[in-house]
Design a protein. Structure first.
Length: 417
């Protein structure tokens, strides 16, 4: 049995009790979403097939035009009356289709809409008064057109008013009293039903626009994430490669063995950078404090900076994975800035609790920072905000530059190392 339902656990597509929808159902829904040839609700047709399908659905309701057509075909009028009635009916149908077919997809101007409604309303009244009670059904189509093109507030009184106008015309036409009572409900029901369809069209358009906006925001957020990751990853790795390359160049004449060790370190850092970039592109990159502490020691040693890292534990039981990742990124960015820009000789790093927060502080004795924050600090602030934290930067008490990254502690959350 190919369509047999499957039993699964923990699947969001499962029905109550763990019974999953048959796979043919999911395949059919996916096919409808991706390959639907019908015009979407509230959207103008994009090709001839969609236009024909939409016109067919509208044309189904034109079957009620059979009464006026039969009246013309039965020869109940003079030749001139038949010709005029036929032309009037053609004009009425053309304007009605323009309003219902065109306006629901691409809105017409207010003057065009009001002029078209006035024309078909006048045609319905004149043709009914001159041709007979069989033509009273045209007023029902006027109500439908009112519901299709007028705002909800206007159609709320325009449809009953048109129905009352139809009743008044029916009173003037001999022998149409029974037909009038039969058409009152269709006139009201058809008009208000079309108003509901119009509201559904507007809601569908709004949902489609909102979905496009959400997709655009998600794409922008992913681009920002990728930009932050690549900046932090490559900035740190390339800085370390540059320092070790300079160091190897200075060692090469007198200490070739030590220079070879630096070259080996460069190769190792390059390979790790390649792995990190691949993980960042895939969205799986989440650094840890332990990893970044090891990288910070290597970077400070290569740059000749005396670093105090003894007050930075490898983890904290109150940190979630996202919070630890944010602090790890902060440590990487701070170390990169000290090595590349500060000119510092000493740097102190500590991790301590402060008022319910866990704060990472990096302070150097370099030349400090002037001007607006760069891309790295801006991206780091965004990371911390996503983790519920904050970033503080400024000059140190004894000069240099201080970076302080804080995240709130969650006592119930433990991190696995």
């Amino acid at each position: 049995m190919a369509d047999r339902a499957e039993w699964t656990d923990g699947d969001p597509e499962c029905r109550p009790g763990g019974l999953r929808r048959p796979t043919w159902w999911a395949d059919a829904m996916a096919y409808d979403d991706e390959n639907d040839q019908l015009a979407s609700v509230g959207q103008p047709p994009e090709n001839r097939r969609q236009a024909l399908v939409k016109l067919m659905w509208i044309g189904i309701w034109m079957a009620y035009m059979g009464a006026p057509v039969s009246d013309l075909a039965d020869g109940n009028h003079t030749a001139l009356g038949t010709v005029c009635g036929g032309l009037g009916l053609l004009v009425f149908v053309a304007i009605y289709l323009m309003l219902v077919f065109r306006h629901t997809g691409r809105a017409l101007s207010r003057a065009t809409v009001l002029g078209a409604l006035g024309t078909i309303g006048t045609l319905a009244a004149v043709l009914t008064l001159t041709m007979g009670d069989d033509w009273l059904v045209l007023s029902v189509y006027v109500s439908v057109a009112l519901g299709a093109v007028l705002p909800l507030r206007l159609s709320g009184w325009a449809i009953p008013l048109n129905t009352a106008f139809m009743v008044g015309i029916g009173v003037l036409v001999h022998g149409s009293h029974g037909l009038v009572s039969a058409l009152v409900i269709p006139s009201l029901l058809g008009g208000f039903a079309m108003s509901g369809v119009r509201q559904m069209v507007r809601t569908t358009r709004a949902l489609r626009a909102a979905r496009a906006t959400v997709a655009q925001l998600a794409a922008n957020e992913e681009r920002l994430r990728l930009a932050r990751d690549l900046h932090d990853l490559l900035g740190h790795s390339l800085s370390l490669i540059t320092l070790k390359s300079e160091l190897a160049g200075r060692m090469l004449p007198d200490s070739p063995e030590q220079a070879a060790q630096q070259v080996a370190d460069i190769e190792k850092v390059s390979r790790q950078a390649l792995v990190d970039v691949r993980e960042a592109v895939s969205g799986f990159r989440r650094p840890t404090l332990a990893t970044e502490l090891a990288g910070a020691r290597t970077a400070f040693t290569a740059a000749g900076v005396a670093a105090d890292l003894d007050r930075v534990p490898a983890g904290h039981p109150g940190l979630t994975a996202d919070q630890e990742g944010a602090l790890a990124w902060a440590l990487r960015e701070a170390v990169t800035n000290v090595v590349r820009h500060s000119g510092a000789r000493r740097c102190a790093v500590r991790l301590e609790e402060s008022g319910g927060d866990l704060c990472l502080t990096v302070q150097d004795d370099g030349r400090g920072v002037t001007g607006p924050p760069g891309t790295g600090l801006t991206g780091l602030e965004e990371r911390l905000q996503l983790a519920g934290g904050r970033l503080e930067t400024g000059p140190g008490e004894d000069g240099g530059f201080t970076l302080r990254a804080c995240v709130p502690l969650s006592r119930g959350a433990a991190v696995e190392y």
